[in-house]
Design a binder for this molecule. Structure first.
Ligand code: F3S
Length: 411
């Protein structure tokens, strides 16, 4: 891989030990993946923020990079942390965890990373535009950036995203290349897709089928999706989270909804293998995310959560309306980005939500918070949250449309 003079200087340590380490990481990655060069990035988003996932070893790496003089060279924001940074006590987070989490945030902040702590950076000011090279590492956000925004990013890990931030570069391979963004599978949707939870279920069907076919897995399969009349921002963010979780996908095209979908001629599209998704497939996917009554005697929903991915201000306003004058009977977490919560505070939505007994938390979510073993069963509208609630936290799951999730909290 060829490096420019500036990049060689960084590799030689002229910008300090942290930048040197970052350049070593990118040089090794670029060589492994056959990149011809590094490209400048206009935006970075770093996952690997919750101390629950990072642990001591991760914190030590970050502290060393901060102590080594690392400073970001481009706009860089963070993925959710393991708690609401300002209000962790209300979430029942242990004090020792809170202390370690604060150290993680402090290390990132020292390097100039903006601690928005959100998996929807595109809703809070980290909004790359069409064709820009970026380096993001939250899987749902990567899929959104590539597919919905038309920006270009590979699925970065936490260290490679941090390295991109400290050098302002990323290796030029994979989804940065136009030839790797061409659709390889035609998906015909013959089912009703409207509520964000239905977009999530669609991602489960497609993701699982792609995953089960190792020939076309990750980076090779780029679905071109037909048959969806309209897709809202909320529907697309739900779909991105789901398809990234269940199929490992970082890019899809959706006719009429994503920018690059217009670029492919019938000569390309008519040759693609066709995969049909019908209502029965969708219903089965929804069923697979739902705990079967009686599976565990007496098991009931005791935790309810909306906000995976983080809620938009439009969704928060809807939650506030649904909870107005009511009282929840179960633990209800509504999670969002800090800047979005500030708007909710100003609009009175936070008071309206919290008067019901629910928590409107910023910076975190029901997956990255350290809540293993604390609840038996979660109700959520997120297929991704169902996956991790079961696999990471051992919870049973109820997968419901948005409004029914709120109803469940009020039952
Ligand atoms: Fe975001 Fe947490 Fe879901 S990081 S996509 S809310 S698992």
């Amino acid at each position: 891989m060829e490096l420019t003079r500036d990049e060689q200087a960084m590799l030689a340590g002229e910008d300090g030990p942290a930048t040197c380490k970052a350049m070593q990481i990118l040089d090794a990655l670029g060589t492994i993946y056959g990149a011809d060069r590094l490209v400048p990035v206009s935006s970075v988003q770093i996952a690997g923020v919750s101390f629950d996932n990072l642990g001591e070893a991760g914190l030590e790496f970050l502290s060393d990079m901060a102590a080594g003089g690392g400073k970001v060279k481009t706009l860089t924001t963070l993925n959710p942390a393991g708690m609401d940074i300002e209000n962790w006590q209300a979430m029942g987070i242990p004090a020792d965890f809170a202390r370690d989490q604060q150290r993680v945030i402090a290390a990132y902040s020292k390097m100039g990373v903006i601690p928005t702590c959100s998996c929807t950076p595109y809703l809070v000011g980290n909004l790359p535009h069409f064709g820009e090279h970026i380096a993001w590492s939250e899987s749902s956000a990567i899929c959104y950036a590539n597919s919905v925004l038309g920006a270009r990013t590979n699925r970065e890990g936490g260290p490679s995203a941090l390295s991109a931030a400290l050098t302002g570069r990323t290796p030029h391979y994979g989804l940065h290349l136009t030839e790797n963004r061409v659709p390889t599978l035609m998906v015909l949707v013959e089912a009703h897709i409207g509520d964000p939870s239905e977009f999530g279920a669609l991602g489960v069907v497609l993701g699982k089928n792609i995953e089960s076919n190792s020939e076309t897995r990750l980076g090779k399969t780029i679905p071109y999706i037909r048959g969806i009349a309209s897709a809202s921002l909320e529907g697309l963010k739900s779909f991105c989270a789901s398809i990234a979780t269940y199929g490992g996908l970082g890019l899809f095209h959706m006719e009429g909804s994503t920018p690059e979908s217009q670029q492919f001629s019938p000569a390309i599209l008519d040759k693609l293998e066709i995969f049909v998704i019908n209502q029965k497939n969708l219903d089965e996917a929804i069923g697979s995310l739902n705990y079967k009554d009686g599976e565990v005697p007496g098991a009931e929903v005791d935790f309810v959560s909306l906000g995976c991915p983080h809620l938009s201000i439009a969704e928060i306003s809807r939650v506030a309306e649904l909870l107005r004058g009511k009282h929840v009977t179960k633990t209800l977490w509504i999670t969002t980005a800090r800047p979005t919560k500030r708007i909710a505070d100003q609009m009175g939505f936070t008071t309206q939500i919290e008067d019901s007994g629910a928590i409107l938390a910023a910076d975190t979510c029901c997956v990255v918070a350290p809540i293993k073993g604390r609840f038996n069963m979660i109700a959520t509208d997120s297929a991704k949250a169902c996956y991790y609630a079961a696999s990471k936290n051992g919870f049973k799951t109820r997968f419901l449309p948005f409004e029914q999730v709120i109803e469940e909290a009020l039952k």
